[in-house]
Design a protein around this ligand. Structure first.
Ligand SMILES: C[S@@+](CC[C@H](N)C(=O)[O-])C[C@H]1O[C@@H](n2cnc3c(N)ncnc32)[C@H](O)[C@@H]1O
Length: 285
């Protein structure tokens, strides 16, 4: 993949701040990571490929590589500082890891992803794309993932109105303050969070931050052809949500499924459990 300098909008200074203070700035990061890891559609002993977009300092990557000791992991990031950090953080998994450069908005890297591809992960990066950019990304990744494969996201979302914005802003400040105290024993990291405007829901947002509403993103995922789409965790405007490709051939969103038991009607569009085979339909998909 082509070498990139720091992506437009995201600076190497921001990378360093995130490396230093990410654990304080991201609300309940361990919970978000544990939720993502549990949603990966694979057995612990399986050999499969995972790609992470905007892998940052490798916190999620380490958790996945530990939980799935035979997976192959491609960790992409646009920042040289982050890639250096990633390479260092993932050194002990070196044989299974490839660290690469990419620019999120471009499309060439999408065509070069490994195949078969079981899972694409992205934490706190897709909100840097516009709404149209997210839709294109979801559609491109739906085409690249193997049947039963998943796109799993953790990201900030646009509030639906002022009440949600205020709730998210308060919750995020509370989380960052509590984490600053718990993890560093003081409020200096929280002061950096406030001073440098990391709370997207306060003040004038950086134009490079373009979160979309959660309901819109779930709809775009369905439109991209994913069969099972849901949100699994949310706090302080941060949502963990995901989408699974159908296991058997093309499937239109909201397609009827065969009843699970004779005589019991299935609901249109009812989702199968993540990572499980979907019920075979009458139409022989
Ligand atoms: C907020 S950090 C999140 C890092 C990591 N995913 C995490 O959750 O800890 C955003 C990451 O996305 C990368 N990034 C931001 N914009 C990008 C772009 N346009 N192309 C590629 N990488 C980008 C940054 O370098 C950074 O590592």
């Amino acid at each position: 993949m082509a070498e990139h300098t720091a992506p437009t909008g995201w600076t190497e200074e921001a990378s360093q701040a995130f490396i230093d203070d990410g654990a304080v700035f991201v609300p309940s990061r361990d919970e978000q990571i544990a939720t993502l890891v549990r949603l990966i559609p694979a057995r612990a002993d399986e050999v499969f490929a995972v790609v992470e977009l905007g892998a940052g300092a490798g916190v999620l990557a380490r958790a996945v590589l530990e939980a799935f000791p035979r997976c192959r992991y491609v960790a992409l990031d646009g920042s040289a500082a982050m890639r250096a950090r990633l390479t260092e953080a993932l050194a002990r998994y070196q044989a299974r890891v490839e660290v690469g450069a990419f620019e999120l908005v471009e499309r060439r890297w999408r065509a070069a992803l490994p195949s078969p591809l079981r899972c694409v992960l992205a934490s706190l990066v897709v909100h840097h794309l516009s709404g149209a950019g997210k839709r294109r990304l979801f559609a491109d990744l739906a085409r690249r993932l193997e049947p039963g494969g998943a796109l799993l996201l953790a990201d900030v979302v646009e509030p639906t109105g002022p009440a949600a914005r205020e709730a998210f802003a308060l919750q995020w400040d509370d989380a960052a303050r509590a984490q600053s105290l718990a993890l560093t024993g003081g409020l200096t990291a929280f002061e950096r969070f406030t001073r440098d405007g990391w709370n997207f829901y306060r003040g004038t947002p950086d134009p490079y931050d373009q979160p979309s509403r959660l309901d819109e993103q779930l709809r775009w995922l369905r439109e991209a052809g994913f069969a099972t789409v849901d949100c699994f965790w949310m706090r302080a405007g941060h949502a963990v949500f995901g989408a699974w490709r159908p296991r058997h051939g093309p499937q239109t969103p909201n397609a009827r499924r065969v009843p699970a038991k004779p005589g019991r009607a299935s609901k249109p569009g009812r989702a199968s459990k993540p990572g499980r085979a979907s019920t075979t339909s009458r139409r022989g998909r």
